[in-house]
Structure formats: structure tokens, C-alpha cells
Design a protein around this ligand. Structure first.
Ligand code: B3K
Ligand code: ZN
Length: 865
């Protein structure tokens, strides 16, 4: 396999200005006829034309209607020599969607045909310059049997439809907006649809349609409502209006990721779009709303303005994640959204940045681009955009965004172009800031404080450093915005007067040196610094300070995010100290913060739940040097038990008082109530009474919505009552076996919410509900298991080998999905040597597999390096 490098980027030799496709679907093959209007880029001698193409049988090729005889095919490219600078290349090829288990290109999902082209799937449909800087208008005609595939869709606006011989029919779509091939989509199926309309702010009426196979058809309303909210919000917050006459979403049961922003025709993983209160938990509702918004927002940040090359992926993904985050914050609860996002970042991105696959937000090289749709490119990328927002302020950020969309509309550009717009509107120089795009690794900020009662001054010294990452041994200092306050002993914010680079309007102190000392004046007593409020920069902070300071923040910081952060720090230190043997019991400080949270009448239910939840295993692993996995499990359990027993009366009364018989409503307040009830119930059950278990079972059985049902069921699954667990799982499957999303949940509950052994996993994979060709099912079982810290890291280590075997099998079916399951093994160096060896040997097993795809090869090689 070849390594592609950013520094080798050159423009293509030819442009494709218009792409005309006819796709003829037949049962045993699909015929694709393409007419590409091609133009030389530049002048001088005509270079060869190189078109990407894989898994196609060539039937016919012409240039300006003359048959092409002279061509060759190497390294997955068709190479031919044009004799003119402008011509029409026509190709007729055959492909086999029914055999396409990679779910990339055109493939069969259940009863329908659909496509996935990002990043490089279009080359599986027709020969093309399959790169994002080649942008064309598209006309797509699709033909299929009318009875089996009554619905025929493609990008753009519908322009014609009609009957054909032999019971077939066709539809033609035209997309007037230039786009790269990765945004192409087409769908043929027997689909049910739900319609609506949206009137844009300039008064254009847009038809909205959501399509699903019949078995999924009753679950589209919530996504449609989410779509309308997204369209309105993007007009108001970012001034972005929709452009085509129609916007469509199609739900597919077989899908490699969450969803895809194809122009005017988004295709979604069913699990990321279909919702009903009976089958979707509150978390799922929120996630669906966010994904619908995310894909819709791509219409501007991604489609109208796209990426020059795949190294610029974060240009669209980081920015769009930032945009969908703002949307969710506006729709629900800003602090809660921030807490969840940061938790996600620390759980997934920090470990990535701290492991063998660490890469910059703008990677410098790749073998398989699909491996770079990572939490670094997406979530850290969004943090980087967020820091730009923090540095320029909301108003200038909006101006910069407007400038970006205007200046680059219809173009394929770079992250530099984006930052340049922010620099231009603000007059700030972001040269140093751009290191966030090019340097991998999470910076660490070490902080020291000193108070001088003589001069009434307080000093903070910040030292930043960043550990080496693969290929980058030296790091230059980052620009780090520190949103901050100084608190007095009652938690009141003091006025800041200092000699640092401090912006009084935004309360942001900006660090740009390796070491910075800031002196704060006019303080009669030592303040407590509340730093990195709302997580103003994606850094690790080390600040050894008196326990009293941390307790003040954990109980009184008016910034709820920092309060959460301080409590998490206390939980984390406690668990790690219990695991290492430094503590033999839970310290009083924990009781103090838990009691403060439990008794705080001002807190919303949702925030209270976040304050009472213990840090997850990935976070604990990421914060310790070497891990003895089972001691960590015991330590976390010890704290959980302690809290369960110590506050059992509160857990019981909270569980009972938070019950509600009202009809289900999904909104921030109700979701928060259910979340806190679920958490209290878990603690209550953990304290060990039958009364609690009976309550959990009753909650499950009486539930009229999936959140309550899962709250009850998860509490039971965490208990030792094997008979009850089994009974509820059998009941669940009987009740819901015809509902795809519910079956996926059922699979993942058994692998993630309770202890599970490899032999149980093997049985589960033999169950009628399982299908190795279906990524959602695979994720439910393997993903659930790999995230089940206690079971995955059990003493035998057989889970590692089992996962490796599955990766080897999946490699031949769906390389993209297979490669994702290498991640759970990649941080083997952080575990105790014996365990690390077992994980490593599983990785070696993967690497020894025959016919490894580039996807799996790249990930396994890196993990072992
Ligand atoms: N852009 C797609 C992801 C494509 C992944 C290709 N392996 C979804 C999204 O980020 O919106
Ligand atoms: Zn995206």
C-alpha cells in the first residue's frame, strides 16, 4: 500500500465540469453509463488522464464518441492519453452491488439499493477523478424495476420520470451545485416516506422528505422535526439558507457510520435517524437530533465549501461538529452539553492523542483515509474551532464565518483558508495558533500559585509541555486560551487586575509561551483560581493545590462545568489511590462533595446526575501510568459501593420521588429527571436490597418509554440476580424482536451492561438476531464488549484473542468496520506488562492475517509500532 502525503499535493491535470450518469439496476448486476465533460487544467502538452476505478467490468469506452482502444489499468487507475484539451469521456461498466459487503460505493441494504461515497467510494461506481478538489455539476438518471424499486432518488432536484419497457421505470435528477464525487448519492427502493415543508427566510418553499423501508416507517417524525429546527437555527445563527427545492433523508439498516451529508440526499444509519419514545432513549433522541443537524449543516460547511484534499477533513468536520454542538447547546442546556462533550473528548480523544495512533487535526500522511475519521479530526478539530471563537469573540467569529462562506462558495479549500478569514476579520495573527492543526498530542499545563500578603498579589505560573507523538519528537508552544475567575472563600468572583494577556470582556487569559507567570493585584487574601472554565482549551491540567481549594471549587464554583471538573478530579484521585494501595478507604473529601451535590436544591436534575457519576474506565486508564486492570475495577467498585451504602436512603428517596406517571416528553427537564432517577436507582440497587431490585424490575415492566425501560433493566443487569437478569432479557427479546433498533439494543445490553464471557459472546453471535455483515449488529456485540472494561480485560485475556479473530474475519467482509476494532487493543503499552503482552499478541495475530486490507494493515501496524 502507498502512503499519501500532504506535502505532495498538486492540482489535478484535468477538471471534470459536468458528470452525466445513467444507472441501470438489474437483479444480477448494475450497469453504469457515465459521460464526463473534461477540460485540461493548464496548458502545454497533454498529460495522461488518470481515472480512479475499482471492482468494475469495462463494457465500452469512448472519447467524443470514438472508441478508446489504447488504455491501461494499474494501481486501481485507468490511464489513457487524450488528444484534445476538452472532450467528453464516456464509459459503460458493470458493477455488483449485491456482493458489495464493504458498504462503500453502490450496495444493497436490506431491500433497497443505496450508496456511500465518502471518502473514496465513487470509484466503485464509475471511473472518475475521485478526489474532492474535482467539482462538477451532476445529472443522474436511475432505472430499475418499478414494482421492486418504486422510489428512485439522487442528488439535486427531480427533473423527469417515466415508464420503461419490461415493468421498469426511471427518474432523472439534476444537481446544479458543483460538488466532489464523494457527495454523490443514489437510492432505489420500496420506501415509505413522510413529508413536510420548510419556508426559508427568503421565502422559498423546500420539500422535506424522510424515507425508510416499511418496517422502519413509523419512526421518522422526530428526525423531520429536528431537521426543521436545524434549518431555522442555521439561518439565525450562521446566516445559512438551504439552496435546493428538496431535501431528503433515507434510513438504511446497513451503514458503516452514523450518516452521510450527500447533497440534498442525506443517507443515515437507521439507528441515527429513526426514533420513537417506545424504542429510543433520551440519549438517542438527543443524538439523532444532533446528527440530523450535523449532516444538514454540512450543506454549507462541507458541500458548498468543501475540502481541497483529505488532509483538510477537519475543515468540514471540526467546524460542523462545532456547529452542531452550538445547536444542541441552544436547543437544550449549554452547560450540560459542554460537560458531555468534554467527557467524550477525554474518554476517546485524549487516549488517542496519548497512543500509537496520535495524529494532528490536520494529518500529514495516511495509507487509508477512512482510518482518519477520528475523534481527533472531529472532536479535537471542533475544540480548535471553539478556541478561535473564544479568541476572537462571538461577533467577529460570525463575521469570519460569513466571510469564509462567501469567499469560498463553490470551492475546495484548506484549514488555512478558514483560519485566514478569522485573522482577517479580527486583525489577529494566528500563525502560532495554527500549531493546533499540525502538532499532535494533548498539551499539558503545569500550574503553580503563590500569594504574597505583603503586596496583596497572587501569582500563577503556567508551564506548558507536550509529550512526543509518533513522528513528532519536539513540540513548539501552543496558544492556549484560559477562561478564568478568581474566587474568594465564599465562591464569589473577584475583579481581575493583572499583568497578563487578559481580556476583561471575555475573562480569557491567553498563554503563548512555554512558561508564563501572571501577577494578579489588589487581593487581600489568597484567592482560589477557577481555571480553564468551560474547558477553554483541550489540555491536561496539573495543579497541585490544597485540598480545601479543590473542595471549594467542587462545591461552590459558580461555573458548573468547573464544579463538575473538580468533583471528577476528586473521584479520579480516590479511585487511582485505592487501586495503587495509597488509600485503603474512601476519604472524607468524597463524602463532602457528594453531600453538597445531593443537597444542592439549585442544581438541575441533569447537572446533579453528572456530579454524582463516577469517571469511566478509559478516563482512569488515561490518567494513570500503568494499569492493573482488575485492581482498577475493584477500586472503582469500592467507591461505587461506598457511595451506594453511605447514601442508600437518599438514593431510595430520590428514585421514588423522581418517578412520574406523566406521558413521555423529550425535553431537557424531563430527560434530566429520568437520568437522575436512573442513576439513583443504580446506586440503590448496588446497596443490595431486594426492594431496590423489585423497583427496578417494576420500572422495566411498567415503562411506557425506552429510557425508563433501560433504567430499570440496566440496574437489574448490574446486579447478581442471574435468574432475574435472564428473565428480563428473554422478555425483552420476545417483546421487541421485530424492531431493528430494539434488537440492536438488546445485543449491546448483553455485552456492555453486564459481565460477559467469550463463550457467551460466541453464542450471541450464533443467535438469529446477529449478522456479521451488519455493522450495527457487529458494533452492538463487539463494540459493547470492547467497552466493557471488566469483561474485556478479565484475567484470562481471551477477550483480546477473540476480538483479533473477529477483526481477521471482518477484514474480508468490511475492512472499514474491521479496522475500527483494533482501537481497543492499541493502548496495550499502558497496561501491566503481562497483560500488555497478551494484547500485543492479539495485534500480531491480526497482522499475520492473509490479504489484509489497507485499512486493517495501517491500524495494526501503527498499534504495534
Ligand atoms: N462525512 C461523513 C463521514 C464519512 C466517513 C467515511 N468513512 C459523516 C459526517 O461526518 O457527517
Ligand atoms: Zn460530518
Amino acid at each position: 500500500p502507498v502512503t499519501i502525503r500532504l506535502k505532495d499535493y498538486t492540482q489535478p491535470d484535468y477538471w471534470i465540469t459536468h458528470t452525466d450518469l445513467v444507472i441501470r439496476i438489474h437483479d444480477d448486476h448494475t450497469e453504469v453509463e457515465s459521460r464526463l465533460s473534461i477540460e485540461r487544467n493548464g496548458d502545454g502538452e497533454l498529460p495522461p488522464l488518470k481515472l480512479d476505478g475499482v471492482d468494475q467490468t469495462i463494457i465500452e469506452m469512448t472519447i467524443d464518441d470514438v472508441a478508446v482502444e489504447d488504455y491501461h489499468y494499474e494501481h486501481e487507475q485507468l490511464i489513457l492519453q487524450p488528444s484534445k484539451a476538452q472532450f467528453v469521456f464516456r464509459a459503460v461498466t458493470h458493477i455488483h452491488p449485491n456482493e458489495n459487503t464493504s458498504l462503500e460505493g453502490l450496495y444493497k441494504s436490506g431491500t433497497m439499493y443505496c450508496t456511500q461515497c465518502e471518502a473514496e467510494g465513487f470509484r466503485k461506481i464509475t471511473f472518475y477523478q475521485d478526489r474532492p478538489d474535482v467539482m462538477a455539476t451532476f445529472t443522474t438518471r436511475i432505472e430499475a424495476d418499478k414494482a421492486a424499486y418504486p422510489v428512485l432518488l439522487a442528488n439535486g432536484n427531480p427533473i423527469e420520470e417515466g415508464e420503461l419497457e419490461g415493468g421498469r421505470h426511471f427518474a432523472t435528477w439534476h444537481d446544479p451545485f458543483v460538488k466532489p464525487a464523494y457527495l454523490f448519492a443514489t437510492v432505489a427502493g420500496d420506501l415509505v416516506r413522510q413529508d413536510d415543508t420548510f419556508v426559508t427566510r427568503s421565502g422559498r418553499e423546500v420539500s422535506l422528505r424522510i424515507f425508510a423501508e416499511k418496517h422502519n416507517a413509523h419512526k421518522t417524525t422526530f428526525a423531520l422535526e429536528s431537521l426543521k429546527r436545524s434549518m431555522k437555527w442555521d439561518e439565525e445563527r450562521f446566516g445559512r439558507e438551504y439552496d435546493l427545492d428538496i431535501f431528503m433523508i433515507v434510513a438504511s439498516d446497513f451503514f458503516n457510520m452514523g450518516a452521510m451529508e450527500n447533497k440534498g440526499l442525506n443517507i443515515f444509519n437507521s439507528a441515527a435517524v429513526l426514533a420513537s419514545e417506545e424504542t429510543s432513549s433520551d440519549d438517542r433522541f438527543e443524538r439523532i437530533e444532533a446528527i440530523v443537524a450535523h449532516e444538514y449543516f454540512h450543506n454549507w460547511s462541507g458541500n458548498r465549501v468543501t475540502c481541497r484534499d483529505w488532509f483538510q477533513l477537519s475543515l468540514k468536520e471540526g467546524f460542523t461538529v462545532f456547529r452542531d454542538g452550538e445547536f444542541t447547546a441552544d436547543m437544550h442546556d449549554r452547560t450540560l452539553k459542554r460537560i458531555k462533550d468534554v467527557d467524550f473528548l477525554k474518554n476517546y480523544q485524549f487516549p488517542e492523542d496519548n497512543g500509537p495512533n496520535a495524529h494532528p487535526v490536520q494529518p500529514q500522511e495516511y495509507i487509508e483515509i477512512n482510518n482518519f475519521y477520528t475523534v481527533t479530526v472531529y472532536e479535537k478539530g471542533a475544540e480548535v474551532v471553539g478556541m478561535l471563537n473564544t479568541l476572537v469573540g462571538d461577533e467577529l467569529f460570525r463575521q469570519g464565518s460569513d466571510l469564509y462562506f462567501e469567499r469560498f462558495d463553490g470551492m475546495a479549500v484548506t484549514t488555512d483558508d478558514f483560519v485566514a478569514c478569522m485573522a482577517e476579520v479580527s486583525g489577529q495573527d494566528f500563525t502560532q495558533f495554527k500549531r493546533w492543526y499540525t502538532q499532535a498530542g494533548t498539551p499539558q499545563v503545569d500550574i503553580e500559585q503563590a500569594f504574597d500578603a505583603q503586596t496583596n498579589t497572587y501569582q500563577l505560573t503556567f508551564k506548558q509541555s507536550c509529550k512526543p507523538t509518533p513522528g513528532q519528537s519536539e513540540k513548539q508552544p501552543f496558544v492556549i486560551p484560559v477562561r478564568m475567575a478568581l474566587l474568594d472563600q465564599s465562591g464569589q468572583e473577584l475583579t481581575i487586575d493583572c499583568d497578563g494577556d487578559f481580556n476583561a470582556d471575555t475573562q480569557v487569559l491567553t498563554l503563548s509561551q512555554a512558561e508564563t507567570t501572571v501577577t494578579f493585584r489588589g487581593l487581600s487574601e489568597a484567592p482560589v483560581a477557577s481555571l480553564f472554565r468551560d474547558f477553554s482549551a483541550p489540555v491536561r491540567v496539573r495543579f497541585d493545590r490544597p485540598e480545601a481549594d479543590v473542595l471549594l471549587l467542587a462545591t461552590r464554583d459558580p461555573n458548573a462545568f468547573n464544579r463538575f471538573d473538580a468533583i471528577q478530579q476528586i473521584y479520579m484521585d480516590t479511585i487511582l489511590s485505592l487501586a495503587s494501595g495509597a488509600f485503603d478507604r474512601v476519604p472524607d473529601a468524597v463524602n463532602a462533595v457528594v453531600e453538597a451535590a445531593l443537597n444542592d436544591a439549585e442544581l438541575s436534575h441533569a447537572i446533579k446526575a453528572t456530579l454524582l457519576r463516577l469517571p469511566t474506565y478509559p478516563l482512569l486508564v488515561d490518567n494513570s501510568d500503568t494499569i492493573d486492570a482488575q485492581r482498577l475495577v475493584a477500586a472503582r467498585d469500592q467507591l461505587l459501593n461506598h457511595l451506594a451504602v453511605q447514601y442508600v436512603d437518599q438514593w431510595q428517596s430520590m428514585t421514588q420521588s423522581l418517578a412520574s406517571a406523566d406521558p413521555y416528553r423529550f425535553d431537557a427537564a424531563e430527560a434530566g429527571r429520568r437520568e437522575l432517577q436512573g442513576l439513583s436507582l443504580q446506586y440503590w440497587v448496588k446497596a443490595g436490597s431486594d426492594e431496590a431490585l423489585n423497583y427496578a424490575e417494576a420500572l422495566y415492566r411498567a415503562a411506557n418509554n425506552q429510557t425508563d425501560r433501560l433504567n430499570g433493566l440496566s440496574a437489574v443487569l448490574k446486579s447478581d440476580d442471574a435468574g432475574r437478569k435472564e428473565a428480563l432479557l428473554v422478555h425483552y427479546y420476545r417483546q421487541w424482536k421485530d424492531d431493528t433498533q430494539m434488537v440492536e439494543n438488546w445485543l449491546s445490553l448483553q455485552t456492555s451492561a453486564t459481565d460477559v464471557s467469550v463463550s457467551q459472546l460466541k453464542d450471541l453471535m450464533q443467535h438469529e438476531a446477529f449478522d456479521l455483515k451488519n455493522p450495527n449488529k457487529v458494533r452492538s456485540v463487539l463494540g459493547g464488549f470492547a467497552g466493557n472494561f471488566k469483561s474485556f480485560h478479565d484475567d484470562t485475556g481471551e477477550g483480546y484473542q477473540f476480538l483479533a479473530e473477529q477483526v481477521a474475519t471482518l477484514n474480508a467482509i468490511n475492512p472499514q468496520v474491521a479496522a475500527r476494532f483494533i482501537k481497543p487493543l492499541e493502548n496495550w503499552k499502558r497496561f501491566s506488562p503481562e497483560r500488555g503482552e497478551m494484547m500485543k499478541s492479539a495485534l500480531s495475530h491480526i497482522l499475520a492475517t492473509e490479504d489484509l486490507s489497507p485499512d486493517v494493515l495501517e491500524m495494526a501496524q501503527k498499534a504495534l509500532a
